[in-house]
Design a binder for this molecule. Structure first.
Ligand SMILES: CSCCC(=O)C(=O)COP(=O)(O)O
Ligand SMILES: [Mg+2]
Length: 232
C-alpha cells in the first residue's frame, strides 16, 4: 500500500487505556470543582460549561454542571465539551509533574522511525487538541510533539463517522487511500475504511487480554505492537 502519512489514535493505541482511566480521569474528576469555581467565568471555559448546561435542560448552577461532567467521566463519554475541559484541568497535573503520559515502549521508536523515513504523522483522538499536545509534550518518552505534523479532535467530527476521516484527509492534503489510520477501536477503523483510508487494528494485550481475531477484527489488519504496523 502506498502509505504517505500515518494518523494515530492515542488511548489503547500509542498509550495504555489504564493510564487514561486510572490516572487522568480520576485527576480530572477530583480537580473539576475547584477548576470551575476558579475559572468558570473565563470565556474559554464558560463556553463549554454553557454547552453542557444547554444540553441538560438549561441548568444554571455550576455545581450541577460539575456533577454532570463527573458523571460523564464515570461513563467515559467522549463529549467535546468534557474533553476540552479535561484538557484544561490536566494542564496543571502535567505542569506540576503529578504524572507523565504513558507511551508503550514500542510506540515512540516506531513513530520516530516513520517520521525519519519521511512519513508525516498526525493524531486523531477524542482528547482535545490541547490535551493531546500536553499528553505528547509530557510523555514517559519525553517531548514527542515535534514528531507530529498536526492533531485532530472531535471538533472535526466523531471518530465513528466516515465524514471525519474525509475532512482530515482534506485538511492534510493527502488522498484518503494514502493515509494509514491506527486505532484500538474497530468501529473507528470501519469509519476510516469507509472514507477510503488504510487501517490497522492495534490490539494490545495489556489493554485487550482476549486477542481480537477472526470476525472481531472486522477484516482490518491486526498487530499487537507498532513494530509490526508497516509489515501488516
Ligand atoms: C489525549 S487526552 C487523554 C485521552 C482521552 O481523554 C481520550 O478520550 C482518548 O480517546 P482516544 O480517542 O485517544 O481513544
Ligand atoms: Mg482509542
Amino acid at each position: 500500500m502506498p502509505i504517505r502519512a500515518i494518523l494515530t489514535d492515542i488511548e489503547g493505541t500509542t498509550s495504555s487505556i489504564s493510564f487514561v482511566k486510572d490516572v487522568l480521569f480520576p485527576y480530572a474528576r477530583r480537580a473539576l470543582p475547584a477548576f470551575v469555581a476558579a475559572r468558570g467565568k473565563e470565556p474559554g471555559v464558560r463556553r463549554w460549561l454553557d454547552l453542557v448546561a444547554a444540553e441538560n435542560g438549561g441548568m444554571c448552577d455550576d455545581r450541577m454542571i460539575v456533577e454532570v461532567l463527573q458523571g460523564w467521566i464515570d461513563e467515559d463519554r467522549k463529549h467535546t465539551a468534557l474533553k476540552a475541559l479535561q484538557g484544561m484541568v490536566w494542564a496543571d497535573g502535567y505542569r506540576s509533574a503529578d504524572f507523565t503520559a504513558h507511551i508503550y515502549p514500542d510506540a515512540a521508536p516506531a513513530l520516530k522511525a516513520w517520521k525519519e523515513a519521511g512519513l508525516p504523522l498526525y493524531v486523531y483522538s477524542s482528547g482535545s487538541v490541547p490535551a493531546q499536545r500536553l499528553f505528547f509534550g509530557h510523555s514517559d518518552a519525553g517531548d514527542l510533539t515535534p514528531l507530529f505534523s498536526g492533531c485532530f479532535d472531535t471538533e472535526i467530527g466523531g471518530k465513528r463517522e466516515a465524514a471525519s476521516y474525509r475532512h482530515i484527509a482534506e485538511s492534510i492534503g493527502i488522498a484518503p487511500s494514502d493515509i494509514l489510520f491506527l486505532s484500538d477501536v474497530v468501529e473507528e477503523l470501519d469509519a476510516a475504511r469507509e472514507a477510503g483510508l488504510a487501517t490497522v487494528l492495534v490490539d494490545r494485550r495489556e489493554d485487550y487480554p482476549q486477542p481480537r481475531t477472526g470476525d472481531a477484527t472486522h477484516g482490518h489488519a491486526r498487530v499487537e505492537s507498532f513494530v509490526d504496523v508497516l509489515a501488516s
